[in-house]
Write a protein that binds this ligand. Structure first.
Ligand SMILES: *Cc1c(COP(=O)(O)O)cnc(C)c1O
Length: 222
């Protein structure tokens, strides 16, 4: 099937209030353009080098989301244009994002990534770490970042109850932070959860943003 048919069919199955981030990592410009021509504007990448290379070759009104683990020394390569950073998992990283955003006179929207999976390998904060970050005096000084919500990745398992439980936890963290730190901040509103294998469960648990690669662009080789 063509990208266009897949994307159109896919969009028909998700509620309108859930935003689709089309994860185009490893995929060539031509496939991204096909999705763009169907009206898709939000694309996700997880490698700084790949994103920085694709950006100038593709239409300027694409919203590039960075969905991977971001290293501090690479923030500078995408700070001028990235529209949402999904993987903020430390205060140090956030300080560097703020510094680079200031150089570009921008405010960069960021999501706090939570560790919700059972697997050890996945990055992310726990609730205490997130609260420590939000209470830190140096965080309160930041003027060039906007905390727009939370992000998490569930365990890669066939156990749907396990996955749902993890997404429910992320929603709970979101609500706790919303009430305590962002009660009057309408920008704090996103729960980025759900990938090709588990987006249905994520939407059921309150996802506002799903990150879908394989289901739109096909399997990746790497
Ligand atoms: C690759 C990736 C996705 C998309 O995964 P699919 O299973 O291909 O939909 C979503 N989120 C993150 C963080 C990723 O790295």
């Amino acid at each position: 099937m063509e990208i266009k048919q897949r994307l159109t069919a896919f969009l028909q199955t998700i509620p309108k209030q859930v935003q689709l981030v089309a994860v185009s990592k490893t995929k060539p410009d031509g496939l991204i353009l096909e999705a763009y021509q169907c009206g898709q504007r939000a694309f996700g990448e997880n490698k700084v080098q790949e994103l920085a290379a694709k950006k100038p070759r593709l239409p300027d009104d694409i919203e590039w989301h960075f969905v991977g683990h971001l290293q501090r020394n690479k923030v500078k390569y995408i700070a001028g244009f990235v529209s949402l950073l999904h993987g903020i998992d430390s205060l140090k990283l956030l300080l560097e994002v703020d510094r680079q955003a200031a150089r570009h006179q921008r405010i960069i929207p960021c999501l706090l990534q939570f560790h919700i999976a059972e697997e050890e390998s996945k990055f992310g904060l726990n609730l205490t770490e997130a609260e420590n970050l939000l209470q830190d005096e140096s965080f309160k000084q930041l003027k060039h970042i906007q905390i727009s919500g939370v992000m998490g990745m569930a365990t890669n398992t066939a156990n749907e109850q396990q996955i749902s439980k993890e997404f429910r936890n992320l929603k709970r963290y979101y609500l706790i932070l919303k009430e305590k730190y962002f009660p009057n901040d309408s920008a704090f509103r996103e729960i980025s959860m759900g990938m090709s294998g588990d987006y249905r469960l994520a939407i059921r648990e309150g996802s506002t943003m799903i990150r879908i690669g394989t289901k739109i662009f096909g399997e990746r080789n790497q």
